[in-house]
Design a protein around this ligand. Sequence first.
Ligand code: AMP
Ligand code: MG
Length: 412
Amino acid sequence: MITVEEATEQVLSRISVLEPERVPLLDALGRVLAEDVVSDIDIAPFDNSAMDGYAVRHADVVGARDDAPVTLKVVDHIPAGVAPERAVGPGEASRIMTGAPVPLGADTIVMVERTRAGEGEGRVGGTVQILEAAKAGEHVRRRGEEVRAGEVVLLAGDEVGPAAIGLAASVGHAELVVHRRPQVAIVSTGDELVDVTEKPGPGKIRNSNSYSLAAQVMEAGGDPHVLGVALDNEEHTRALLFRAPEFDLMITTGGVSMGDFDVVKKVLTEIGELDFWKVAMRPGAPQTFGTIGGTPFFGLPGNPTSTMVGFEMYVRPAMRKMAGFCTLARPRVVATLEHDVEKKADRRYFLRARLTPCEEGYSVAISGNQSSALLTAMHRANCLMSLPEGEFFVPAGTEVICIRLDMEEGTP
Ligand code: AMP
Ligand code: MG
C-alpha cells in the first residue's frame, strides 16, 4: 500500500496540460487562459464623467459653499454616447450624465446632489448654483486610467471568471484562447447493474456511479462520456477499456478488489500499464491507477462513496492539471472534532462530515452513516474530515484537517 501523498504524486506526474483552443467568449467561463489578452484601446477610452452633475472649471468653484454658492451659466447638456457641442468657458458649466465625455475647458465634475438649479431649472440657457468646492479633477474618469492600448489586461494562466469575461469584452476580444476541457470516459463494471429507468430485479442494483461520476466530471470542468456498463468478464471489460485512447482520461468503477470477478486490474495490466492499485486510505483502498495507450486510467472502487472520494482525491486534481489550473487541491481548514472517532491505524480516513463555523473557528462532526455503500452522508457533507494514519482513536476536542467540498480550489 502506498500513502495518499505518494498516490497523488504518481498520478500528477503522469498528467500533462491539454492543448489550447480558441472559443467564443462565454465558452471560456471557468477555464484557464492559454494566452495573454491585450487591449486594442485605452480604458477609459476618453475622459468621462463618473457622476450625473455639472462639468465645471475648478478655478470657478474653489470658494463655493452651501451658504455661499457660486452661480454658473449652463451652456450644454451632454448625455452618455454623445460628443459635447461646446467648450466650458470661465463662469460656465455643462450639464453632464455619467459616462459622457468631459467637454473641453472643464476639468472637474460636481455631482448634481451638490448643486441647486438656478434660472431655467438648471437647463441650457439657465444657471446652476454650485454648493461645494469640489477637488480639482473630482469625478473625472481619465482616459487610459485602467489600461493603455497594447497593454496586457489578462494573463495566460488566469482563470476566466465573469469579471475577466467583461474585461475581455471591453478590450475587443469576442473569442479567447483557453485550455481544452478534459474529455472523460466513464465505465461502470458489474453484472448486477441496471439503469436508473429500471426497477432492479433479484440481486440487481441501479448503476448510480455512472451518474455521480458524470456529475463530478462536469463540476470539475470536464465533459463526461458514459460508455456504459462492462460485464464482469475479461472480454467485455477489455472491449471497453480499449477505448481509453479516444479520451483524455478514463474512469471505471468496481471490479478492482479481491472478488472472484474483479477483472479490471488484470485487463489493465494486459492492455496498458499499472502504476498502483492500493492506497492506505478509507474509504476506497483499492484505488487503481495506470495508463492505456498513454491515456491516464483510474480504476475507482465500486462502493458509491468510495468512488466519489477517489474522484475527489485523485481524478479531480488530475483534471484540473489537464485544464491548466495551478491550484489543484481543495482548500483545507482546521476544525475541532465534536465527537470521538475509532479507526484503524494503518490508513488515512476521509470521513464524510459537516463543518460549522463557531467562535474559535470551525467545529466538525460526521454527516451520517459512514458505510461506503451509502451516499446520504456524502450528500450531507460539506467536507472530508482527514484523520491521519498511526492513530487508533481520535478523541473529541482534537484539531483535525478538513478538506472543503463546498469551495473551489484557490479560494482562501
Ligand atoms: P465491486 O468492487 O465491483 O465488488 O463493487 C463494490 C460494491 O459497489 C458492490 O456492492 C457493488 O454492487 C457496488 N457497485 C459497483 N458498481 C456500482 C455502480 N456503478 N453503482 C452502484 N453501486 C455499484
Ligand atoms: Mg463488481
